[in-house]
Ligand binder design. Structure first.
Ligand SMILES: Nc1nc2c(ncn2[C@@H]2O[C@H](COP(=O)(O)OP(=O)(O)O)[C@@H](O)[C@H]2O)c(=O)[nH]1
Ligand SMILES: [Mg+2]
Length: 371
């Protein structure tokens, strides 16, 4: 009796186990509820687009410093580098009598700060006129007038907004151009950081194809901030086709903006025209170029400007990025450049660090200049 009971229990248990097993096998595997993700077969994973090799997805992008903090540092660095100009001018304006010699010295001081001949002369002339009309040469008052005239020269009325957004299906297209070594790639990286912080989606295009290292440098920035870099693995590939591919990728993925880093290593104007012209033309087959930023190194002064002018003749520049303002006492170059090219300085570079880029603010700039 006991034996048969045990036997029945065993059989019942066997039926339950086998039934359960059959049930599981017939239903097939199912996803675990909640918790860990389902694994996929290798061929489930979408193949990467063959035409656009790209950076591996970065793990945790860095967060940029807030803009307010950056503007404070801009002031600090500018006033450090420009104290010569400010001190020189204030010393001159504090003379007992502002005679022609003093005016000449003021003009010289402005010239030495790279303000440019035309703007320096215009500034002194308008100051002289005001001093005469207002009948005062009280240093505090003249300093106030100097500040006003400098601000007028830097022209706060110019539109300094960056055209980063496209329209409709089109991404905004930003071309970054300029002579080799001025800070183009660094600027693209810094600007990408700002845009990521503003929750914009963007794609970087490495159209400097002269050296693989140039694309690596851009991709490093891309990885840092968590955006993709479209590049060619081939050294010396056609920059225009990389730019096209980057713009195409941005459009396909519905990105807000594509930013294209170009090469500055160009021997002559014809070569430049050929290459930059083609980059722009080909990119515009995808979407209109919304911003062409010319990067200029502030430490190269008037020389740098001569080279920069060639770029301005080749492409239609919409904004200037003045880099390395941290390394020069000649902040007056801002005025000279705008005067010469008729294009506003929109951004300034103040160091090699990832947050060392700031929007250009005319009044803050002049105050830092005269601090
Ligand atoms: N001090 C300083 N250095 C900068 C600034 N912008 C770029 N640089 C440096 O200038 C060098 C050339 O920059 P890069 O972006 O490679 O120039 P590109 O050839 O125009 O792309 C690098 O060492 C940068 O770190 C800046 O605003 N201040
Ligand atoms: Mg570069």
């Amino acid at each position: 009796m006991n034996d048969s009971l045990i036997l029945i229990l065993f059989i019942a248990l066997g039926v339950i186990v086998l039934g359960g097993l059959a049930f599981v096998l017939l239903r097939g595997p199912r996803a675990p509820k909640g918790g860990y993700p389902q694994t996929r077969d290798a061929d489930d994973v979408a193949a990467p687009p063959a035409e656009a090799p790209e950076a591996p997805a970065p793990s945790r992008p860095e967060r940029p410093a807030p803009v307010a903090g950056r503007l404070v540092r801009l002031r600090a660095r500018l006033s450090r580098s420009n104290s010569m100009l400010g001190k020189g001018l204030l010393a001159l304006l504090s003379r007992e009598k502002i005679d022609q010699d003093v005016w000449d010295e003021i003009e010289e001081t402005l010239l030495m700060a790279d303000l440019g001949a035309g703007p320096s002369q215009r500034l002194v002339e308008s100051l002289q006129t005001r001093v005469r009309i207002e009948g005062t040469d009280d240093p505090a008052h003249v300093k106030q007038m100097l500040r006003e005239e400098l601000i007028r020269l830097v022209d706060p009325s110019m539109d300094r907004e960056l055209a980063l957004d496209g329209a409709g299906e089109d991404p905004g297209v930003v071309l970054v151009v300029g002579v080799n070594g001025v800070g183009k790639t660094t600027t693209v990286g810094k600007l990408a950081r700002v845009m990521v912080a503003e929750e914009k989606s963007l794609i970087l295009g490495a159209a400097d194809t002269f050296r693989a290292a140039a694309a690596d440098q851009l991709q490093t920035w891309g990885n840092r901030v968590g955006v993709r870099t479209v590049r060619s693995e081939q050294e010396g590939a056609d920059p225009a086709s990389v730019a096209y591919e980057a713009a195409e990728t941005a459009r396909r993925e519905g990105a807000d903006t594509v930013m294209i880093d170009t090469a500055g290593r160009l021997q002559n104007k014809a070569g430049l025209m050929d290459q930059l012209g083609k980059v722009k033309r080909v990119t515009e087959k995808v979407a209109p170029v919304t911003e062409v930023l010319l990067v200029i190194d502030a430490t190269t002064g008037q020389n740098g400007m001569v080279q920069a002018k060639v770029f301005a003749e080749v492409v239609n520049i919409t904004g200037i990025v003045l880099t390395k303002l941290d390394g020069t006492a000649k902040g007056g170059i801002v005025v000279a450049i705008q005067d010469e090219l008729g294009v506003p300085v929109k951004l300034v570079g103040l160091g090699e660090g990832p947050d060392d880029l700031a929007p250009f603010d005319p009044e803050g700039f002049v105050d830092a200049l005269l601090d």
